[in-house]
Design a protein around this ligand. Structure first.
Ligand code: DIR
Ligand code: MN
Ligand code: MN
Length: 306
């Protein structure tokens, strides 16, 4: 059992400086130690640097950080594809634009292995903009559309093997821009928004998606945005949206993912340590990652009570 940590100090996908401190914060908070305690051999590949990319013209004047984000996409695609040969990659972000590279790397790896890739997006947001529809110009809002094969990604490398919508699950969302909403209606993506979670809880909707992954012998990439968790518990993120999951709901997601044995790669994104209070959000993210990798409150088979 080998875990490969890949630092991705990306700040180009949004405007509030600080996400580039994420990889350092995860290291300070002891992510590697937590994984070692679970029995993993941990290889820390250090921080990546983006590939050099010349300025890229773009017709949407709101967009910023385009060539830098493309450079990160190229570097991460290669790094994650390669890391999957050696173990379980965990990408330490960095803002969510890094997922264009990590999901592309996982997709390239899955295509070479002849297996389908599935994507679980744990986020307050749907991140389904294209370069043409984004009004904020923040490129952390586009990676799901890139993976799903929407057009409007001029300048980006072609996505290795587009994910059919039914292999994508948006889980925990509660902030969808009008252009994203309009586009999502045309894609058969599983949308487990907070309303669904309020009504049905975490288990049934998540198991439904995991059953599809298992039935297809798929690989599963999980992308965890800090704002998936309610800002009352995880305030160190640039785009807080009230009404998110509790700490226990988030752990339950991670524990069910571990029990499934299906997850093959993970992103930890959008942490802004500059906004953190004594490492509180950072430590929560480390604890959630540990749950996904197998940490349990008490190790016993699930069975009846009484
Ligand atoms: C918003 C925010 N939909 C945008 N997106 C965020 O700027 O496109 N994604 N924060 O996680
Ligand atoms: Mn996001
Ligand atoms: Mn988000």
């Amino acid at each position: 059992k080998t875990c490969i940590l890949i630092g991705a100090p990306i700040d180009s996908g949004q405007r509030r400086a600080g996400c580039l401190m994420g990889p350092a914060a995860y290291r300070v908070a002891g992510l590697a130690r937590s994984l070692c305690d679970l029995g993993f051999t941990v290889i820390d590949r250090g921080d990546l640097i983006p590939c050099p990319v010349p300025p890229v013209p773009c017709s949407n004047p709101a967009i910023h950080g385009l060539s830098e984000t493309i450079g990160w996409t190229l570097a991460l695609t290669e790094a994650v594809d390669r890391a999957l040969d050696d173990g379980f990659p965990i990408v330490l972000g960095g803002d969510h634009s890094l997922a264009m590279g990590s999901v592309a790397g996982a997709a390239a790896h899955a295509a070479a292995a002849g297996r389908p890739l599935f994507l679980l997006w744990l986020d307050a947001h749907s991140d389904f903009h294209t370069l043409d529809t984004t009004t904020s110009g923040n490129l952390h809002g586009i990676p799901v559309a890139y993976a799903a094969g929407r057009t409007g990604f001029d300048g980006f490398p072609p996505f290795p093997a587009h994910l059919p919508p039914e292999r994508i699950c948006l889980f925990g969302i509660r902030s969808v821009d009008p252009e994203e909403h309009e586009a999502l209606l045309r894609y058969d993506i599983s949308i487990i928004d907070m309303r669904v979670i309020d009504e049905f809880g975490i288990c049934a909707p998540l198991r439904g998606f995991l059953d599809k992954v298992r039935a297809a012998d798929g690989m599963l990439h999980v992308s965890l945005d800090v704002d998936f968790i309610d800002p009352a518990h995880a305030p160190a993120v640039g785009t807080t949206v009230p009404g998110g999951t509790t700490i226990r709901e988030a752990h339950l997601v991670m524990e069910l993912l571990h029990d499934s044995g299906l997850v093959t790669s993970l992103d930890l994104v959008e942490l802004n340590p500059f906004l953190d209070e004594r490492g509180r959000t950072t430590r929560l993210m480390v604890d959630l990652a540990a749950s996904l990798m197998g940490r349990k409150v008490f190790d016993r088979p699930t069975r009846g009570f009484g």
